[in-house]
Design a protein. Structure first.
Length: 462
């Protein structure tokens, strides 16, 4: 059952970055600008950030089978709409529907896994989950590059439909219900505040990520989103005393979960920042095609996925610290290596540094997911996975916005001083990698503070 959930989650999360390479085809086919075409990715991420906060309440109200059927049904509907979309507006609607289904799958997977898998085996199983959560976004651009060689951008959705349909069919045949649903009311004010807050913050950060850092309205959207999140947090603190909160923030009182969440956000920020910068470097400055870029970066993504189960088994045997600390150091070293990019850096060095980054992230993600969720009581699993999924989207948007803003500001400054466009952009990329390296250094500090195991897991291991 967990395998089916992992496979389904991999298929739906892959679509988050599947459209990155299709932007030029969309511009030509549907007669839209580059800024408009970017919305096929922005709208997906935005919807994920807006819907995930509600999934904690939703998953407590429905059975496991119902949650799976609804998530896959909504995702398939969105995929079909996107494949047949005659206009860009309808394609955008399809992507939003797709994302709504995707937003339910990851919390459903995490909650089910933490409920059915014994404490001493969670590392091994969570290693497979790493494949879905972390590797799928990394492989998206490479997979889309290969498919786009065969024809239209519609093939990206046509290829996904039968795979997702088969996963949904066989999943429902073997899925059994875990636990009993709880009837509870939803606080619609909290839902609205979460949607406006997290959605607005991710949207504003994505505008920074498109290089619109000088626009006043963009800063206003980010501040409005942050204000709405503050209202949402205050509302949850009040509801925790008087009723059922939409997102139970008492999960953050568990020190191990809070530390794991912090480390995951910083590591995901670093991963998404490199995912944005490396294609820009390889395509804009080195002249590679999207397919060549995808193939060059694919070994790192595959290494990350293949190592996931092995890292999980090592976690069960060794605990978290012996994996997360070297993993954090590896992340910093790989990003530090990318600060030396040049117009003549050998491609094998780029591949090796990217592979080191992906392997280090694999050594980090699996233990912190397992350790963090394992630190929570069972009734808080849906809320913990909801918080984790929401902040993952915010970290992805922040990572993209940060590196692009730093790169754009540095490039503009050097061009104004008379530097060539290529030399200025290269210098901007180097500075962006320096900033990413400095932020990633925080993961080493957090990793040193983590316990090796949760108390219950330590007893079981003993």
């Amino acid at each position: 059952m967990v395998r089916l959930l992992v496979l389904a989650t991999f298929v739906v999360i892959l679509n988050e970055t599947l459209m990155i390479n299709a932007i030029p085809r969309l511009m030509e086919s549907l007669q839209v600008t580059e800024q408009a075409a970017q919305w096929v990715s922005t709208a997906f991420m935005l919807t994920m950030a807006a819907v995930i906060p509600i999934t904690g309440w939703f998953l407590q109200r429905v059975t496991t089978r119902q949650g799976y059927a609804i998530a896959m049904g909504v995702f398939l509907t969105g995929t079909a709409i996107s494949a047949a979309a005659p206009t860009f507006a309808i394609l955008l609607v399809g992507r939003i529907v797709q994302a709504a289904g995707t937003a339910v799958m990851m919390p459903l997977l995490m909650t089910t896994l933490m409920t059915v898998v014994p404490e001493q085996d969670r590392g091994r199983v969570m290693g497979n989950v790493t494949l879905a959560i972390s590797v799928a976004p990394a492989l998206g651009p490479a997979v889309s590059g290969l498919i786009l060689q065969l024809g239209s951008w519609r093939l990206l959705f046509v290829a996904v439909l039968p795979i997702a349909g088969s996963v949904a069919y066989f999943g429902l045949r073997q899925m059994t219900n875990i636990g009993e649903p709880k009837v509870s009311s939803i606080d619609w004010f909290s839902a609205a505040a979460a949607t406006l807050g997290f959605g607005g913050l991710v949207y504003g950060l994505s505008l920074f990520g498109e290089g619109n850092a000088t626009q006043g309205p963009t800063i206003g959207i980010v501040l409005a989103g942050a204000a709405a999140i503050a209202v949402f947090v205050l509302r949850q603190l009040k509801l925790q005393r008087t009723g059922a909160p939409l997102m139970d923030l008492r999960t953050l009182r568990h020190r191990t979960f809070a530390l794991s969440l912090t480390l995951m956000c910083v590591a995901f920020l670093a991963m998404m920042g490199s995912m944005i910068l490396l294609p820009l470097y390889l395509q804009n400055l080195r002249g590679l095609t999207p397919l060549q870029t995808g193939l060059l970066l694919m070994p790192g993504g595959l290494a990350m996925g293949l190592l996931g189960p092995t890292v999980g088994k090592l976690y069960d045997r060794l605990g978290s610290r012996r994996l997360v600390l070297p993993g954090s150091i590896g992340i910093v070293l790989s990003l530090a290596g990318f600060t030396q990019v040049s117009m003549t850096m050998p491609y094998w060095q780029v591949l090796a540094l990217h592979a080191l980054l992906m392997v280090s992230l694999a050594a980090t993600f699996t233990p912190i997911f397992t350790l963090g969720m394992g630190a929570l009581p069972p009734d808080m699993y849906p809320h913990g996975s909801s918080i984790l999924g929401t902040l993952q989207q915010v970290a992805a948007a922040l990572g993209t916005a940060l590196v692009v803003t730093v790169m754009t500001a540095r490039t503009s400054h050097l061009v104004a001083d008379g530097a060539t466009a290529a030399a200025a952009q290269l210098s901007g990329m180097k500075l962006a990698f320096v900033v990413a390296t400095a932020i990633a250094a925080a993961t080493i500090v957090v990793a040193a503070l983590l316990p090796s195991r949760t108390p219950a897991a330590a007893d079981a291991h003993a």
